[in-house]
Design a protein around this ligand. Structure first.
Ligand code: GDP
Ligand code: MG
Length: 332
């Protein structure tokens, strides 16, 4: 294949005379050249065909490679998204657990060891010093539009006025605890804040899980927040336990001047709406603290009553069950 036409032409004469001297047969050099040319032409054609075929195959393989790369990169991107989502969710869990841990540590360090021999606390004593045995534990969650004062309310209740009015927006899941004695029972409240997720209306079902109470907050100076109470109520009905105690809470009652304007919610409007859902109702000022203790006492009483009723029903069911069993034994 290395010989060119010129090389063949240049060597044709000596090759032809050599053939003539060896065989003694006179062969025509021109015929030889034609033959050789034809053979070369045939090989060229074959090689060309092979080249075309190989090029086509190469393109095919390259295409397959590209497709494979695309599939892998798409799968990798999907997987990466998956990992990122998992990481975000784990980070949220960690933030929540860290917050819980901090609050539990605070509670532990501020709550002295309980003493069963201590005299019983008189009913109605407003105890927040943790010197008693905790008799009830209730989970309470807060919902309502962003800006209505949920975080301020919970901070006022659990940390006091100064902490309530310190500027800090809700970041991450927030969890607070509060000891209150109502109806003579020392009650530990575990209160959950929305962590700002209400802005995106992305409060999850798990937020409501096992909640004994829901505080549905609106701003008495912002009628829009009040008009969203029905939507929040829908979320509660859909996600919370049937026996959950709901309190509709009008906040910012200290802003007296603005309450007289059109964009405000009158007390009777709030109460009527709460009544229509058979919910509790109260008005408070998370800023000054007015009404907070009374509202929470009302809420705790209702949660205690619900729990008592559930215990009573369970006992009744067990008694009926036991009676049934003993009755069936005696008849056999
Ligand atoms: N005047 C007044 N301002 C309040 C009251 N409660 C909250 N705020 C203010 O309303 C804004 C939003 O409060 P925040 O607790 O962050 O609302 P959240 O988004 O529902 O948690 C903040 O500037 C608070 O200081 C209140 O009772 N009275
Ligand atoms: Mg908040």
């Amino acid at each position: 294949m290395s010989s060119t036409g010129e090389e063949i032409a240049a060597t044709a004469e000596p090759g032809a005379s050599a053939l003539a001297s060896q065989d003694g047969v006179q062969s025509n050099p021109a015929d030889q050249l034609v033959e050789e040319n034809e053979s070369l032409q045939a090989r060229l054609t074959t090689t060309n065909a092979e080249l075309v075929h190989s090029s086509a195959r190469l393109r095919e393989v390259e295409h397959q490679l590209e497709e494979q790369e695309k599939i892998y990169s798409e799968a990798a991107a999907d997987q990466q998204k998956d990992y990122i989502a998992q990481c975000d969710s784990l980070k949220a869990d960690i933030a929540s657990l860290t917050s819980q841990l901090t609050h539990l540590k605070n509670e532990l360090s501020s709550a002295p060891v309980t003493d069963d021999n201590r005299p019983a606390t008189p009913a109605g004593t407003n105890v927040t010093d943790g010197l008693q045995k905790i008799q009830r534990v209730f989970k309470v969650v807060l919902v309502g539009d962003s800006g209505v004062g949920k975080t301020t309310f919970i901070r006022h209740l659990c940390l006091g006025q100064e902490a309530a009015n310190a500027t800090s927006s809700t970041v991450g899941v927030d969890f607070y605890t509060k000891l209150m004695t109502v109806q003579g029972q020392c009650t530990s409240l575990k209160i959950w804040d929305t962590a700002g997720t209400e802005r995106f209306r992305s409060i999850t079902k798990s937020y409501f899980r096992d909640a004994n109470g829901v505080l549905l907050v609106y701003d008495v100076t912002a009628v829009k927040s009040f008009s969203h109470v029905r939507q929040w109520m829908g979320d509660i009905l859909e996600n919370a336990d049937d026996h959950v105690v709901v309190m509709v809470l009008g906040n910012k009652t200290d802003v007296v001047a603005e309450r007289l304007e059109d964009d405000s919610v009158l007390t009777n409007h709030g109460r009527t709406l709460a009544d229509s859902y058979r919910s509790l109702f109260a008005e408070v000022s998370a800023k000054t603290g007015a009404g907070i203790a009374d509202a929470m006492a009302m809420m705790i009483r209702a949660m205690q009553d619900v729990e008592d009723e559930q215990i009573r029903r369970t006992r009744l069911a067990v008694d009926v069950d036991n009676e049934g069993k003993s009755g069936s034994r005696s008849c056999c």
